[in-house]
Design a protein. Structure first.
Ligand code: GLP
Length: 240
């Protein structure tokens, strides 16, 4: 696992975008793994900017997103599909048929199967991850074991509280989600995790201090990923 310490969140976003750009330049139909939350927004801004300047072509690129809240359709303004439309999909020349999103409003068991079938047939070329305050990646919450396949998950109380800032009130936050499991993440050719903000320091500190792969710290799966890079700004790094 590599560590890159940058001067700022903006620089972290640029570094992450450059890693994506490099993959896309070498493979026109790469499968790029995407994430939501506030952290990857800066990377999407950089990629959109590169696209507008004619530096990246997404016309053959395929995408897959890590997760979705159960019960929220793509047109719900708090769904991750909606987030992706707002921040990225509507701003670049991706083709709709090349976008894989879990449909949160559809039957969860069917969506799990559809997601697992997709991941079985398609290997991710690069996957960006944010990180929850408790070390979760996607919606793989701390537990006594890792789940390999895409699955439905009950969200941790801490995650519901942390994500309440995006909703009108905490009770509006869905209690469950469908997430890519550790198989999809760990078999990606490249994995990058971007973290910023003091709230992430305890989880990042634990990740950097040991090479134990511990399901109570889901991000620790990065220790066994073939090509993993953690990107943090110096303000966060100083707290670890
Ligand atoms: C959600 C997402 C994660 C994301 C996390 C952190 O729980 N499922 O993929 O990493 O939020 O979000 P933020 O980047 O806003 O701190």
């Amino acid at each position: 696992m590599k560590l890159i310490v940058t001067e700022s969140y903006e620089e972290s976003s640029r570094v992450a975008a450059d890693l994506y750009k490099n993959v896309i330049e070498h493979k026109r139909n790469a499968l790029i793994g995407l994430a939501t939350g506030s952290t990857p927004i800066g990377m999407y801004e950089c990629l959109v900017d590169d696209y507008k300047r004619g530096l990246i072509d997404f016309s053959e690129i395929r995408t897959v997103n890590l997760d979705e809240y159960e019960g929220l359709a793509r047109d719900h303004d708090q769904s991750f599909g909606y987030f992706m439309d707002q921040h990225f999909f509507s701003k670049v020349n991706l083709k709709e048929e090349n976008i894989f999103l879990v449909d949160g409003a559809a039957d969860a068991a069917k969506q799990e199967k559809r997601f697992n079938d997709f991941l079985k047939d398609n290997k991710i070329d690069i996957q960006i991850l944010g990180i929850g305050n408790n070390g979760h990646i996607g919606f793989n919450e701390p537990d006594s074991y890792f789940t390999a396949s895409a699955h439905k998950v009950e969200l941790a109380e801490e995650t519901i509280k942390a994500n309440a800032r995006f909703f009108e009130k905490e009770s509006d936050v869905p209690r469950s989600a469908i997430t890519m499991g550790m198989y999809g993440i760990a078999t990606a050719a490249k994995v990058i995790l971007v973290a910023t903000g003091a709230a992430k320091a305890p989880a990042i500190k634990k990740l950097l201090e040991s090479d134990h792969v511990d399901p109570q710290l889901p991000c620790s799966i990065l220790h066994i990923c073939e090509d993993a890079t953690v990107i943090v700004d110096k303000d966060l790094y100083e707290l670890t």
